[in-house]
Design a protein around this ligand. Structure first.
Ligand code: SAM
Length: 309
């Protein structure tokens, strides 16, 4: 474990964003993520923007939900992520329904007022001003369309067989360190954002804001991909030498996760819990009733080319 460096960094310098990491993370939480998409009850034929699509891991789930008449536009600032997304989703039944565009969230390459859903997973934690970005996304939504923000909240993480005091020290030290890093001009990061999302959507001007929480609970014996995920997270919590943590806490924490006699991952009492949040809202200026929303989806399809700018 190389704990002095940032962990799983992508080409834009974002930690926990390397493609390999995102793929394993996604696979390790597959059942919950499938449930998240089912709970959105997407209508067949919808136009969905996957904002901050990364390597395109949610695209198969979104495509299954909207069916062969739907359309997806995957948007990301990272070229590497977009190329990977395109490769991963090539030669699939839905390939011709998906387009990939390089852009920032605030400037979507989509005609205003056309997206039935803007889906944004695991990106809000990197937005310096989440409410402002959510407000900027509103104008791209069709009347009655929804913004969907999904993200983590590491404040909800618990390990049943790790000393509670040690866990609290590590989680709190990381949260404070993220704030200090921002003050020092590092890339913005809020890994504790999940439970704040509903407030951000309301502050941005969304109505009908709804929050769903998903408990991700795993116990011994762990699937290999979840073990890889937890070891990466453990390392990330104390990367850059964890300046706000005592060296004793740092050593004890890492010992819990590194393969060896002290690993808690190999104890039959091991249980981990983490809650992820999916929050939806309707843009305030688009208050059409649901029935009109459905009509508009059907009509919008032949004009898909007009939605791209
Ligand atoms: C943690 S990854 C999540 C990828 C994917 N949504 C997922 O859940 O697997 C975050 C992605 O957001 C992209 N990103 C971050 N800030 C962005 C912004 N302002 N505009 C567009 N993309 C952004 C990054 O390039 C990265 O691919």
């Amino acid at each position: 474990m190389a704990v002095n460096n940032l962990v799983h960094v992508n080409e834009c310098g974002l930690p926990l964003n390397a493609v390999e990491w995102l793929v394993t993370h996604h696979r390790s939480k597959a059942p919950e993520r499938e449930q998240m998409i089912r709970d959105l009850q997407l209508k067949p034929g919808s136009l969905v923007v996957d904002a901050g699509c990364g390597p395109g891991l949610w695209i198969p789930l979104l495509a299954s939900a909207i069916g062969p008449e739907g359309r997806i536009i995957g948007v990301d600032i990272s070229t590497e992520a977009l190329v990977t997304a395109q490769r991963r989703n090539a030669h699939k039944w839905y390939s011709r329904q998906v387009q990939y565009k390089q852009a920032a969230l605030e400037q979507l390459p989509v005609r205003p007022g056309t997206a039935h859903m803007i889906f944004c997973a695991n990106v809000s934690q990197y937005l310096p001003d989440p409410a402002q970005t959510f407000a900027a996304l509103g104008r791209y939504l069709a009347p009655g369309g929804r913004l969907v923000i999904k993200d983590i909240d590491f404040g909800t993480m618990r390990f049943h067989n790790i000393d509670a005091g040690l866990q609290a020290h590590v989680l709190q030290a990381r949260e404070r360190w993220e704030q200090i890093r921002v003050d020092e001009g590092f890339t913005f990061e809020d890994s504790y954002i999940g439970s704040k999302l509903a407030a951000y959507l309301r502050a941005a001007g969304y109505t009908e804001v709804q929050e769903n929480s998903y408990l991700i609970r795993r116990q011994y014996p762990l699937p290999p991909e979840f073990r890889f995920y937890l070891q990466g997270i453990a390392e990330w919590f104390v990367c850059e030498d964890a300046p706000l943590l005592s060296s004793e806490d740092r050593k004890n924490w890492l010992r819990c996760f590194i393969d060896g006699p002290h690993s808690v991952l190999d104890q039959d009492t091991f249980v981990s819990e983490e809650t992820e949040f999916v929050v939806t809202g309707v843009w305030k200026n688009n208050p059409l009733p649901q029935i009109r929303h459905f009509d508009m989806q059907v009509k919008a399809l032949p004009f898909l080319e007009d939605t791209l700018v």
